[in-house]
Design a binder for this molecule. Sequence first.
Ligand code: F6R
Length: 620
Amino acid sequence: MCGIMGFSGHEAQNSVEIVLGGLKSLEYRGYDSSGIAYFDLKGGKIKSVKKSGKLVNLSNEVNGNGKVKSDTAIGHIRWATHGKPTDINAHPHLDCSGKIAIVHNGIIENHVSLKNALAKKGHRFVTETDSEVIAHLIEDFIREKKTFYEAVRLTSLRLEGAFAILALSADEKSVAAVKFGPPLVIALKNGNFYAASDVSPLIEHTQDVIYLKNSEIAYFQGGKLSVGTFSGRKVSRAPVRIDWDSSRAAKSGFSHFMQKEIFEQPSCLLDTFSSRVSAGGRKGGLKVSLEGIKLTGDDISGASRIVFVACGSSYYASLASKYVLEKICGLPSVVEYGSEFRYENFPVLKSDIFVGVSQSGETADTNSALELARSEKAKVVSITNVPGSQITALSNRGVIYTHAGPEIGVASTKAFTTQLLCGVLLSLYIREKSGFIPEGGLNLEELFKDLVDLPKKAEEILFMDDAIKEIAKKYYKSANFLYLGRGILYPIALEGALKLKEISYIHAEGYPAGEMKHGPIALIDENMPVLFLLSKNMLSSKTISNMEEIKARGGKIIAVADYEPEIEGISDLIRIPETEGILSPVLYTIPLQLFAYHIAALKGTDIDQPRNLAKSVTVE
Ligand code: F6R
């Protein structure tokens, strides 16, 4: 939700090019308007250009008069919260003197009172945004003869809400980067300073980055970087090495990032489990080691339940993990929406183990729920794809990284399937520590074999791409879809329906197959395609009865199954490889991603940047 990027070069003059390039990598975070501010080397002033619409509008405008030379620039890509996505409301925002420019990701909750107070002192506001107050507040402190750094620090103390800010001072020729809530990553390489909302724009310049912590300010002037806290204490922050290479953030011949990311899944799945699972545990079969997870045997034996907290696709991954956990650990678990949790009087127990699941690690709803759980002394573990993201700081019992690499397509694909796998790994870890023996046992040797085969089976499904595209051609004009599954496949039905909604704008709903007869069956007629997920070993006869109910009412049936179901009248069957039940959600997800992708491509929607969405939702 909004992305910011800044560059200040020691002797460079291509800051505008670098920042525009960086915003391109951040475009998934917001894409309704964008802007850039840079030092004009001739006049010593700040120039700013802002455009509504996609980033290309800004790039055309900036480059319209030839290459701009400047050593320092900050830029912003917006997903509007306060004020429409117009040119004027786009960031950067300047103060009255035009000597200070800011870009902001987040929300300033007390902007109205700040704005009223500043307006009384003569500050002129020109936008409808909450962010503009930041520039004027910094200016106000400078009028009181504070240095730019001090003015930024004092401003940070006055702001309420969530903010990652980059600020430029024309007088001091310096840049400040402020973090409180949304992420901000900085780097220093060869005397050049970089700052961005995430690492994707930085990795082509350097792999050594510093994740600013909350209440920290980085200040860069004359080739020198310093970091301090809002309270004025200097801190020393060592860089961490990111092993994502820049080619992983490029489309590499695919038509869309989403398509590329769907096809990356076999290797991502391998990265997720390969260094963590090995053959031959205590009782033979399989051993899981989750580096960084600090849940003790006592934490686990003392817990009466596991509480998952997540939003969107991550919520559905959590629902699937609940099935796994209950099946193999016998530990009850609940799954809560991050967006509801804080307002529903959920009784947090000290003994609870919370698992926050978030691809971005930045989702405000999920993180606020985890903060609440922590304040009640619960144990918190998280599953995320982004090192150093905010959720990692909230996880007092450690983090499981999904290792999916950068996910640029706004609709989650590889992050989702790797979350599913991390749910299995966490469950195995808990099972091992608790010594629980599930009813009917758990054949760890078989499970290990299936785990090792999982990437290959995912690959086999990707080979069905053309066949799935042909099926999509039959249905892309439908106005509604139903996705049905039972047990652990129900969350995957939800995820399949969400994918279709997000990128094709077709209305789709996921339901437990057995719930159809309790109402939704009224929707069925010959215009309603119904996509069933079914597995030979999971209540298949009951699901087949549900198919009969649809057939009897003229609905068209598409089936994704790991066997040939004994029922006539399936219009289209996508036959996928068999695997162990707790791993099956991973395989069932992939055809649904391809189906949604092809339907969206046939409809010609903006697949990587669907309307109204943003990759990470850092506001509540
Ligand atoms: C769906 C999707 C969203 C996210 C949700 C939570 O494709 O991407 O539903 O899953 O906004 O985001 P994270 O996982 O970053 O917390």
